[in-house]
Design a protein around this ligand. Structure first.
Ligand code: SF4
Length: 376
């Protein structure tokens, strides 16, 4: 398969049957896994399927060794640090797994400029230079609001990323000109049926609109694009394979952009469903190693959704980017209230404590992102 030869990712996606992908993953043998490990960093999508298979589980140690080797070769002994900041929890979508979902009776808040500046002041004290701005999806929080807030963020941070609703190419162009370096848009699940069950109302229910968004971001010249799926909505092996395919497609076709992958697991929040499929920490470690063996250049990002213990181990697998001290509610860095939050976090250490853990593990926490200097 040559993913980049398709006109669009949607076109490629529609040629594939998730049931066949599942069959391919489940039928991989130990020999397939060993062959894939021997090609670490140059794996095909068939190898990648083997690395995600049940047959790969006994080889997790070997995969971890290769993942660590490739990560150190490419990224050195560093972990990039970032802090998420929620600008608004207004949302007109119903997503069954999210605390901000329209039906949830929670107080809603969109930060004013003055509140935003106070939040900035709070996280700057910790030393962050990379901020991820997050919102729900609401007509109250659109391009006018983003274009007001992003220049403020640019004044205070070396790197500004956003995770907001899918936008049009011309909007991404404007955001790029305003100083946005990275845009994250996770597909949540590549299983259309499960997607429909978990996104029952609002613009987010349009599966293909979301699927096509990373290409709009790339065409607008955004430097870095975040892909991924929310683990817990459908079979994690199949979702991780499709996220890998999406990455390979984007890399082949839009090679000027850089990419990151995230692998959040469903976490508790106000009014949300339990995961339909459980992804254990061991499964998550397998996914991280498989992504690294598929692509030695991709940033792998791990949030505070995961436990302290898991995060401390994951830094030796392939993770290159971490958040710390995170709050998932607008205004959360100035208050200790949690009723506005999107989901509960697990690793509650301060950024200084996380940095100390990294240093003790022989890694350097990097607070500054130099990309904008390089990309001009
Ligand atoms: S996941 Fe995003 S779009 Fe869905 S309810 Fe939550 S904030 Fe809104």
């Amino acid at each position: 398969m040559k993913p980049g030869s398709y006109k669009s990712f949607s076109e490629l996606f529609q040629t594939l049957d998730p049931a066949e992908v599942s069959k391919q993953v489940l039928s991989a043998s130990s020999a397939d896994v060993k062959a894939a490990i021997s090609k670490a960093g140059h794996c095909s999508l068939e190898d990648f399927a083997a690395l995600l298979s049940p047959a790969a589980e006994p080889f997790l140690e070997e995969m971890a060794v290769q993942a660590n080797r490739l990560t150190r070769k490419r990224f050195g002994k560093t972990i990039q640090m970032f802090v998420p900041m929620y600008l608004s929890n207004e949302c007109q979508n119903i997503c069954t797994y999210c605390g901000f979902s329209l039906g949830n009776k929670i107080p809603r808040l969109t930060l004013s400029k003055a509140q935003f500046l106070k939040e900035i002041e709070a996280v700057k004290k910790w030393g962050f230079e990379h901020i991820l701005l997050v919102t729900g999806e609401s007509h109250l929080v659109g391009m006018d609001y983003f274009l007001e807030m992003i220049p403020i963020a640019r004044e205070h941070f070396a790197h500004v990323s956003i995770e907001v609703q899918p936008l049009e190419e011309e909007d991404y162009l404007k955001l790029h000109q305003a100083g946005v370096e990275s845009v994250l848009v996770y597909q949540e699940t590549y299983n259309e049926e499960s997607y429909a069950q978990h996104h029952t109302k609002g613009k987010k229910s349009k599966f293909y609109n979301r699927l096509e968004t990373p290409e709009k971001i790339a065409r607008a010249g955004i430097n870095k694009i975040g892909l991924g799926s929310l683990l817990g909505l459908a079979d994690w092996r199949v979702d991780a394979w499709f996220a890998g395919l999406h990455l390979v497609y984007m890399r082949e076709k839009y090679w000027r952009s850089r990419y990151s992958l995230a692998f959040p697991r469903l976490q508790p929040a106000e009014g949300i469903v339990d995961p339909a499929v459980v992804t254990t920490e061991r499964n998550l470690a397998q996914i991280i190693c498989a992504y690294r063996l598929l692509d030695e250049t991709v940033d792998l990002s791990l949030s505070t959704r995961e436990s302290k213990r898991f995060r401390d181990h994951a830094i030796q697998l392939g993770v290159t980017t971490m958040s710390a001290g995170s709050r998932t509610d607008p205004g959360g860095y100035q208050t200790s209230k949690t009723e506005l939050e999107q989901f509960e976090i697990s690793d509650e250490r301060t950024p200084a404590e996380v940095a100390k853990m990294l240093t003790c593990a022989g890694l350097e926490p990097v607070w500054k992102d130099w990309d904008q200097v390089i990309s001009g």
